[in-house]
Each structure stands twice: as C-alpha cells, then as structure tokens.
Design a binder for this molecule. Sequence first.
Ligand SMILES: *Cc1c(COP(=O)(O)O)cnc(C)c1O
Length: 379
Amino acid sequence: MLNQPAPETIAAHSVHAIDEQTGAIAPPLHMATSYARDKDYLLKVPQSYLRYGNATVTHAERVLAALDGGPDAAVFSSGMSAVVTLLDTVPHGAHVVAPSVMYYGTRDWLQRLERLGRVKLTLFDQADPSALALAVRPGVTNLVWIETPANPTWDLIDIRSAADTAHSAGAVLAVDGTCSSPAVTRPLEHGADYVFHSVTKYLNGHSDVLGGALIPRVDDERWQEVHTLRNMTGCILAPFDCWLLIRGIRTLFVRLRAASASAMQIAHHFENHPQLQRVLYPGLKSHPGHHIAQRQMDGFGAMMSICVRGGLLETGRVVRALRVFLPATSLGGVESLAEHRIIVEGPTSSVPDNLIRLSIGIEAVADLIADLEQALAQA
Ligand SMILES: *Cc1c(COP(=O)(O)O)cnc(C)c1O
C-alpha cells in the first residue's frame, strides 16, 4: 500500500496524473462559461456558470488544497483580490492586527479600510517576538495577518506561536505565504487558519499569470462566505490562467530547490563583501530569524536582500549595472530579478534607501555571482 503521496508527487501529477475521460496525462483545459442540463434538467457538474467555477478552475483548486493540506481552496484573479475578499469577511468595526513591514499593497489596503472606519488596525513589529501578544485585544481582534518570511527584510515569525496568540484572543490567523510557497512553508500544519498566496509568484513561476489563492484549515461558515463573495463579484481566476498555473506547479519543487540552493550560495559568497553593509537571507546564521526558519521551513527559499554601503545614489548605480539580473518588480519566476525597493514603494515606505531585493531564479549560479560582482565593482 502506498501512503498519502508526498507534496512533490502531488505537484508533478497535478493531484491526478490521468484525465478520467480521455486518458490524457496532461490536464485538459475547459474554457466553457456555461454548462447544459440533461433531459431530466440536471447538471453533470456542480458549477453551471464560470463565475462559480468550472472543471479547470476546480482542478487548480484541488492541487492548491492538496499542497497546503487544506480541505478546499479558492483561486482569484489577483493576489490582491484574494486579500480584499478575506478582509471583507471581517465584521464592520472589528479589530485587525498586521505587521508594520509587509507587502505594501496589503498594508495600504488595510490602512484604507481603517481610514474609512471599516476596521480598527494595529500594526506590530514581526521581528519582535513579544509584539504580537501586546497588539491583540482579547475578544475584540477578529483577524491577525502575518507574512513570513516578510518582504523585503525576510524577517521570520513563528507561525505556531502566532496561531496560539491569535486563537487565545478569539481571532483567526491568516498567513501570507507568497514568498516561500507550499514547497517551503505549509502554514496550516503550524496552526494557521488561512494561507494566502499570490500565485503570480512561485506557484505559477513563469511570470505570465496574475492570480491569488486562499486555502482554509477548516471548511466553515466564514470560508463559505469567501466563496459567496468571490462568486458574487466574479474575481475568479480565468480557466486558461488556471491551466497555466497547474502547469507551473508541476515543476514547483525542482524550481524552488534549484533557486534556493543558488540563493544560499550567493548569500554565503556576498555575506562579508566589503561593498555591502548586510546580506539579508534566512539561511544565514547571522539572520535574526534563522532559528525560526529552521523550524518551520523546508530550506530557506530564494528571496534575499542586499544592503549596499552608501545611500540612494550608490545603490542606484549597482542596480543599473546588473546585466543578468533583470531590473523588474515581482518575484518567484525562473529569471532572477533585482529591485531597488525604495524607488518602487515611494515616500510612505519604511524600507532603507540602500536595499536591493533579489529574487533568485534558476540561471547558472556562477553567472548570477559574476553579475553582482561586476555591478558592485562598477558602482
Ligand atoms: C505580489 C504579492 C501580493 C499581491 O499579489 P498580486 O498577485 O500582485 O495581486 C501579496 N503579497 C505578497 C507577499 C506579494 O509578493
């Protein structure tokens, strides 16, 4: 008897390797927006109309649910539409807790909800282990949002202890797992109630799909409300994008393994570089979150940041001199990207002037190291 297949196998086979109707070993693509009833006026499939889903959408959701170990999943037309939908389930005027350093889109949306009087918001320092316990208000806090590792300092937060803190206050814990993906961190196994992914990043992995996903720990009333909101607003991921996502996930584990190994090599190579003030990577012993990373991650992922000795000017020169790293936003694709974060986030950002965020891809690591060396030498 085979045990439950490992996540690598689930990903490579897209849950089920063979299409039951045809025997095809690659998943079919269903584009239909509407489904016919039979002579008894019954539907053959649970969804009759694409705003509620279709076979390809459901297939993508089954893969995502299996990878994170949840009973269900819902895909969205962007990461942000998944975030907005989950936040829509927070009762009017309720209290939300979120990190001060986090994906700026989510933080900006939370601050907007606060300005509109829709929620009360407390931001806390994820790098301080006691800060979350002080931020929650027992009986008042409805939702705790964390991001681990957090963009772009890669601070770690202990998911298990954050879940205990949230639950003892009567709140649910949602984890933004975008920057590590289920190949590296599976937050539901550590007590989280919801995992969120921007599937635009590692899960699709080829920089050609915009999408989001939510995976719950339990299928309860709040989860059904998430489905209802998505079905009503139609912020569902389109079938072709779901098909590309399923295809991308088939190589998730090998992509991340290669990229993480390169990230580790790059981090070690540049850790004591004279032109760098710091290298921020959870795999380095010098990283403040290293021990938490060892506990809750499989490997350390492929996101890192380097802080250049100097300010805005010197850092700008380094990013402009890169040739193999592409000067673009986003992360988690097969190509390595470098981004001068402060320029992108603008004046409200708390990111230091001299920080360059690196998303390590699957190119030859020697090319990436040589590229960074020549860019630093020129600056
Ligand atoms: C990209 C990203 C998001 C937003 O997702 P979109 O797909 O761009 O809407 C949220 N959180 C993190 C950590 C991200 O990197």
